[in-house]
Design a protein around this ligand. Structure first.
Ligand SMILES: NC(=O)c1ccc[n+]([C@@H]2O[C@H](COP(=O)([O-])OP(=O)(O)OC[C@H]3O[C@@H](n4cnc5c(N)ncnc54)[C@H](O)[C@@H]3O)[C@@H](O)[C@H]2O)c1
Length: 358
């Protein structure tokens, strides 16, 4: 039987969710919620056209009404970041499985509460770090886990993009500590997530941030140094002031026996793929590079977990919290001017409002 989904938040990212849902044979959109009537209508039509389903999709301006009234198994939460934790809590209390956009929450406390609540309610809580499902990333993870690049020494994640004042003025929630978190949380989190997924658990994090414009509250530039438990070092370098437009992203892993480096506008180019004694299989790499169906694979994983009691989603709340905790540590380090030891006992992005000069 198809998993019946409701969607909260019919903005930009909702389209990617619906494109994936429309391609899943065991999924059906049954309800949508947004504050704007017109967005709900457009979203409903978008899904119906893509999927070819003409079954009714109910519209609710109040998401709580949707949680109570619509016949759904799962809820996709794609509203702005500051609402994620509250909406996910309400959905879990309504006995729904949850697909939660990143970031899962804007504090350690809310992240921990969601993890505990999903377990208590015995519901799947999946956090959208979809890049982990991209076949190229799965391959890199496999190479590292099998020890083929040897002991990892260093991982570097770079985010060099441009976000103009117009981008921030287009949606009032962006650029504010309470509703967005910072640029690392909004734009950088996937690349921090891949870095930690590849290199493992974290011991300490040191970070600094800077802000060039006071048109918004949050940072434009961030740098971080990560000490992983396996002795590898990590560097995060991120900015949204790259002129005149996006330069792209890069992620490089340097190990005892190999170096892997990928880059590009969506990490879709290989700049180095070297492992001692292993010839490069260009045909395999080309196939991996051409597969960008990660959003679909993420939904297939979720649907299987909902359907099968012996299966759980690959990126649950505990996994979803990992990159967030590194970013929170970078922010906390900016406040204390010291390295932060893991695990963090407490942090909220609103703590950043206490920063001098903001
Ligand atoms: N996984 C990714 O790669 C990715 C990419 C982009 C955005 N995101 C995340 O998705 C979220 C949304 O981003 P976006 O760019 O689509 O934002 P957006 O502003 O385009 O859309 C947000 C939508 O939520 C709606 N909304 C606000 N309050 C609501 C409420 N109480 N009930 C119902 N709907 C409500 C708004 O009306 C709007 O339509 C953010 O948290 C962002 O971090 C994730």
């Amino acid at each position: 039987m198809a998993v019946r989904f409701g969607l909260i938040g019919c903005g930009f990212i909702s389209r990617k969710h619906l494109q994936a849902l429309a391609s899943c044979k065991d999924a059906q959109l049954v309800a949508v919620s947004d504050l704007h009537e017109a967005r709900m209508t457009e979203t409903k039509q978008f899904y119906q056209t893509l999927s070819g389903h003409s079954d009714s999709v109910e519209c609710f301006q109040d998401y709580k009404e949707m949680l109570t009234n619509a016949q759904m198994d799962a809820v996709i939460i794609a509203s702005f970041s500051g609402l994620h934790a509250r909406m996910a809590k309400d959905a879990l209390h309504s006995h729904k499985h949850v697909v939660l956009e990143k970031p899962m929450a804007l504090s350690i406390e809310d992240s921990d509460k969601l993890i505990a609540l999903a377990q208590e309610q015995r519901k799947e809580l999946m956090v959208c770090h979809q890049l982990r499902f991209r076949p190229l990333m799965q391959k890199i993870k496999q190479l590292i886990d099998e020890g083929r690049i040897g002991k990892p020494y260093l991982g570097v994640s770079s985010i060099r993009i441009n976000r103009s004042p117009d981008y921030y003025s287009a949606a009032a929630w962006r650029g504010k500590w309470a509703s967005d978190g910072g640029m690392l949380i909004n734009q950088g989190i996937h690349f921090v997530d891949l870095l930690q997924w590849f290199l493992g658990d974290v011991k300490t994090v040191y970070g600094e941030i800077a802000q060039s414009s006071y048109l918004k509250e949050t940072e434009d530039v961030a740098v971080g140094i990560i000490q992983f438990k396996n002795q590898a070092k990590g560097i995060v370098e991120a900015n949204i002031v790259t002129k005149p437009n996006n330069l792209g992203y890069s992620l490089a892993i340097f190990g005892e026996k190999g170096t892997i480096s990928i880059e590009g506008p969506s990490l879709n180019q290989i700049s180095r793929w070297y492992i001692d004694g292993e010839p490069i299989n260009n045909e395999e790499l080309d196939l991996l590079l051409s597969d960008g169906n990660e959003q679909l694979y993420m939904y297939e994983d979720f649907i299987e977990a909902v359907a099968r009691p012996d299966k759980h989603v690959q990126i649950d709340g505990t996994e979803g919290k990992k990159a967030l905790e590194i970013i929170f540590a970078m922010y906390q380090s900016e406040l204390t001017k010291q390295a932060v030891s893991f695990p963090l006992s407490s942090f909220s992005t609103t703590d950043m409002c206490r920063r001098e000069g903001t």
